[in-house]
Design a protein around this ligand. Sequence first.
Ligand SMILES: [Zn+2]
Ligand SMILES: [Zn+2]
Length: 375
Amino acid sequence: MKTLAAVLRAVCTERPYGKSKPMQLEEVELGAPRAGELLVRIEAAGVCHSDVSVVDGSRVRPLPMALGHEAAGVVEEIGSAVRDVKVGDHVVLTFVPSCGTCAECSSGRPALCTPAAVANGAGQLLHGSSQITGKGGERIHHHLGISAFARHAVIARESAVVVPKDVPLQTAALFGCAVLTGAGAVLNTASVRPGQSVAIFGLGGVGLASVMGALVANAWPIIAVDPVAAKRDLAMQLGATAVFAPEEAEKGVKDMTGGGAEVTFEAAGVPAVLEAAFRAARRGGLTVAMGLPHPSRTVSLQALAFAGLGQALSGSYMGSSAPQRDIPRYLALWKAGRMPVDRLQSASLPLEKINEAFEYLAAGTAVRQVLLPHS
Ligand SMILES: [Zn+2]
Ligand SMILES: [Zn+2]
């Protein structure tokens, strides 16, 4: 079938993106779902910093690529061998299509699934080559098994989590990346306990989801750090107990916690922010890195802090989540009013505004913008 998708053909660092227009909406051909695949009508797709990172080249991906990895929609067609998803089901898409049987999946770490990582790195689907074809038969790569800035997507069944139909799809979309990553880092990677002190550096969609996760975990205090005042205000509304601008953060966190927070989180993708988060952790503390800087970037940390102060550093990909378990759990918390994820949505825009949306995010003025491909 034919559909409309936002395609990136070359890395672009020229801004504003509203002028340089790195992505073009193109009519593409989507293959019919093969065994184990679904055709999904995309109703809402969130713009995430990892999308911007593909555009500016800090996430190195094969091009051309149809971008977008945080979305929700309605199943329109199922391939053979799909037994547990029906036409008409509402689904949240997840950017690691965990196979369920590899060594990582079998050891309880589906976010690190090896076949999913290989397929995602190659811009393919879990069960085979790309299903997106451009003019003249040109192969267009999938972004993280999805390619959601489009009216429709063909995905592996493993990329979908069926969700209740009473959740608005604009809200549901945000659970696929921002919430899984941010709340998951708190609840899965760090297993924050009631009363533990936490500090969260970087208040985009992911960092603000960490604030919500920390509130659910009954952490105290919950300290949030960002250069943008409006994001600090939103963090306070979502459950942070104190906020700081970056230049005041290290002293502020240490004063408030008697020497440093027990767990600190980095959600900016900037090495200097990870270093700051590490310095704000206390003796015996844990620092969790969620951001995705360019592979050439390195960090500089006090070597003595590991053995001498018992500090630890951990990475967290997709919040160490098991999406089929965690998305329904977080949706239940949302429904109960305990995780107001809809507050992360700063705007909804038609798909045609994709380059402008990328500019707002890159400039730091937007939290989570949701693109509506059928508006
Ligand atoms: Zn994302
Ligand atoms: Zn696996």
